[in-house]
Write a protein that binds this ligand. Structure first.
Ligand code: F6P
Length: 373
């Protein structure tokens, strides 16, 4: 964390990595707070590609001037008006080679030069673990940077919550509600796969809210025998359907996570398929009809909940206040009920897993929800 950089006249905002409901609300809050201070504000298209690959856009089109009319009413919209990419790390930028392979090149100096050509004095970087690690490295190179935590997975350390999580949980639990009635009509097991690469926050919260009978998390490698036993016990009591929520990163004890495709250069491996594996195994073990529903990217889409809009607006405004106070190398974070800056050095690259001794998991256990243990 550094303090007191040069006075600011113009800032840029970037949204990188997987999108999350609330990104447009952050863009609105940053823009309005910056304009109130007499600064100008631009948005970089598609992570940093607007500056690193200007040829992809029309001349001067890699940056979007952010004005009051441009951001009017956008807080209610899902997605990001700037676009995003998860293959644009300036420190390991994928560049296609003549032989068809892809090399990862350090293009951070190109980015810093482009920002200086565009007279950008400071950056607000909105993103998850990868984007915040990039923000941290840019701050170390002398660029005034403030990070804003974003991910539907809620797995960023240093903040009570990230925006996008509440919307994802609300939608997932509505889907689980709907699946109960069809599962009950057909006396089936339904496995519902939700996002959650390393942490099971969405699975746990949506499973609790939606009344799931079993919840499988990446933090607790599972055994399906107790889940099948729970299904049989319910059957014996006349409850002939069971709902099992499976985080995409959940895996059997001693087994692997399910991958849906090979890792691409500069991009984390793609997860997917554990819901189907669980559904097929449970059908065999419990001797019942089973189906799998993958909610996947549906959880990232749609309009942010009121909670996420307010969180995103608070984070955006706090990011501009931090820059105005001369701070750099910080992330704005929810601490209790207050948004405060925390050093990026303390949070970048650190994951917040569901605590195994926390009360939410204890609640699931107390309710008799099977965790595959
Ligand atoms: O936003 C995080 C996340 O939702 C993970 O849970 C998931 O593994 C990943 O994004 C998928 O992202 P994409 O398909 O866009 O690469």
């Amino acid at each position: 964390m550094t303090a007191l950089h040069q006075p600011i006249r113009r800032i840029a905002i970037t949204t990188g990595g997987g999108d999350a409901p609330g990104l447009n609300a952050v863009i609105q809050a940053v823009t309005r707070s910056a304009l109130q201070r007499g600064w100008t504000c631009v948005g970089i298209r598609d992570g940093y590609d607007g500056l690193l690959r200007p040829e992809r856009y029309g001349p001067g089109e890699g940056l979007i001037p952010l004005t009051l009319p441009r951001v009017d009413g956008i807080a209610a919209l899902g997605g990001t008006l700037l676009g995003s990419t998860n293959q644009g790390n300036p420190f390991a930028y994928p560049v296609r080679q003549a032989d068809g392979s892809t090399a990862l090149i350090d293009r951070s100096q190109d980015l810093l030069d482009a920002l200086s050509r565009e007279r950008v004095d400071a950056l607000v970087a909105v993103g998850g673990d990868g984007s915040l690690a990039i923000a941290h490295r840019l701050a170390q190179r002398g660029l005034p940077v403030v990070g804003v935590p974003k991910t539907i997975d809620n797995d960023l350390d240093g903040t009570v919550t990230t925006f996008g999580f509440d919307t994802a949980v609300a939608f997932a639990s509505e889907c689980i509600d709907r699946l109960h009635t069809t599962a009950a009509s057909h006396h089936r097991i339904i496995a519902v796969e939700v996002m959650g690469r390393y942490a099971g926050w969405i699975a746990l919260h949506a499973g609790l809210a939606g009344g799931a009978h079993a919840i499988l998390l990446p933090e607790l490698p599972f055994d399906l025998a107790p889940v099948a036993e729970m299904v049989r016990r319910r059957d014996a009591q006349g409850q002939s359907h069971s709902l099992v929520v499976v985080a995409e990163g959940a895996h059997p004890r001693g087994g692997e996570r399910a991958l849906s495709g090979p890792a691409e250069a500069g991009h984390a491996e793609r997860l997917g398929g554990m819901g189907e594996q669980v559904s097929q195994a449970l059908a065999r073990l419990a001797g019942k009809d089973a189906r799998c529903v993958v909610l996947g990217h549906l959880l990232r889409g749609g309009s942010p909940s009121a909670f996420d809009r307010v969180a995103a607006l608070r984070f955006g405004a706090a990011a501009v206040r931090a820059l105005a106070a001369g701070l750099s190398g910080v992330m704005v974070a929810l601490d209790g009920n207050t948004v405060r800056p925390v050093p990026l050095a303390d949070v970048a690259g650190r994951m917040k897993a569901v605590p195994l001794d926390g009360d939410t998991l204890a609640t699931a256990r107390d309710l008799g929800i099977c965790l595959g243990q």
